[in-house]
Write a protein that binds this ligand. Structure first.
Ligand SMILES: Nc1ncnc2c1ncn2[C@@H]1O[C@H](COP(=O)(O)OP(=O)(O)OP(=O)(O)O)[C@@H](O)[C@H]1O
Ligand SMILES: [Mg+2]
Length: 327
């Protein structure tokens, strides 16, 4: 009945119970109609994992991501939302979702209306990092959400939005810099997915080039990664500190970092060090899905209340009707 939906630049996360979360790449591919179709009816829109495969194996296809630099690329955003609901709950009554903190009013209005129409249900729109704060049970606090495309910051006081910011730097900046290093040193290009594998799973990445195997391992890149990530955290942290300047210490009691970026090597530790004179930095148990779970929790709370009120009203009406009959 209720769905928490977090459409990110890189990954879409959705849940209909606040616990299990489906995660798929935020990818939409509009394929060309095939010359022949043997299975009947050629499919033209691919989403998620399927879109990933199609984009790697088919030529002449248009690959779209619903968000770019914090802006919404409209139709693919709606396709992704519909796809997520089809996976979870076709009859959802309420969808709670998030947008970058600094999305424009007009953009929010557009998204709200087109989601309502496309999904045929009530839609609640929140600033993205709020999901993680709710998930962690914090009504007051600061949350820094390091995503693939943007880093979003929000300051809440007693569940009211105080201030926030969207920085157009995300994990992709770290990856781009590291990719440059790999290209210079090894002469091969590697994708963001391969980069994550290299850094997080200690995997290796290879290409055939000039009739030879070229393989890059974690230990080949880690030193360069450390330099890049230090400068990167420095930049993000100073922007966050600027936003916190002058705030009451009671608000900054809860300092959260979330999003996939908080899972990359060294990032959490560097943030803790940057903010040690302000407070303790904490991280949700699963930073990638925390926003979606928090959106679900908030919608449930809001909706649960109004459902209760409605039920009470209905009960009362029923009683009144019975009374009326007796008379
Ligand atoms: N355990 C993990 N599994 C998958 N991705 C991970 C993991 N740890 C770190 N990452 C990185 O996190 C990225 C996804 O992070 P996240 O879902 O927060 O971004 P997003 O919400 O898509 O982006 P944005 O918020 O900027 O729109 C992946 O691209 C990957 O590089
Ligand atoms: Mg995100």
């Amino acid at each position: 009945m209720i769905v928490g939906l977090d459409i990110g630049t890189n990954l879409t996360k959705a849940t209909n119970d606040g616990e299990r979360v489906v995660v798929f790449p935020s990818l939409v591919v509009y394929g060309e109609e095939k010359d022949w179709s043997l299975k009947g009816g050629s499919k033209k829109v691919y989403i998620g994992e399927e879109a990933m495969i199609v984009s790697q194996t088919m030529e002449n296809v248009e690959v779209l991501r619903p968000l770019h630099e914090g802006r919404i690329m409209h139709q693919s955003y709606i396709e992704i939302a519909k796809f997520a609901l089809n996976l979870l709950d076709k009859n959802a009554k309420v969808v709670a979702t998030g947008l970058p903190v600094k999305s424009s009013k007009k953009e929010r209005e557009n998204v709200l209306n087109s989601l309502k129409n496309a999904l045929n249900c009530e839609v609640i729109l929140l600033p993205q990092p709020v999901g993680s704060l709710i998930y962690m049970g914090m009504k007051t606090g600061v949350c820094v959400d390091i995503g693939f495309g943007t880093t979003d910051i929000v300051v809440l006081f007693d569940m009211e939005y105080l201030k926030g910011d969207t920085m157009l730097v995300g994990i992709d900046d770290i990856y781009n810099n590291l990719e440059l290093f790999v290209r210079n040193e090894y002469g091969i290009s590697i994708t963001p997915e391969e980069m994550a594998k290299l850094l997080l799973e200690n995997g290796e990445v290879g290409r055939i080039r000039g009739g030879r195997r070229i393989v890059v391992k974690r230990e080949d890149v880690i030193q360069s990664y450390e330099e890049i990530v230090k400068g990167w955290v420095d930049r993000v942290a100073s922007r966050v500190k600027m936003l916190l300047e002058g705030l009451s210490t009671s608000i900054v009691e809860n300092l959260v970092i979330t999003g996939g970026g908080s899972l990359l090597p060294m990032v959490y530790e560097l943030f803790q060090r940057e903010f040690e004179d302000i407070g303790k930095v904490v991280k949700p148990d699963d930073p990638i899905t925390a926003n979606a779970k928090g959106f679900y929790m908030l919608a449930k709370k809001l909706k649960g209340l109004s459902e209760e009120v409605k039920e009470e009203k209905e009960e009362k009406e029923e009683k009144d009707a019975k009374k009326g009959k007796k008379k």
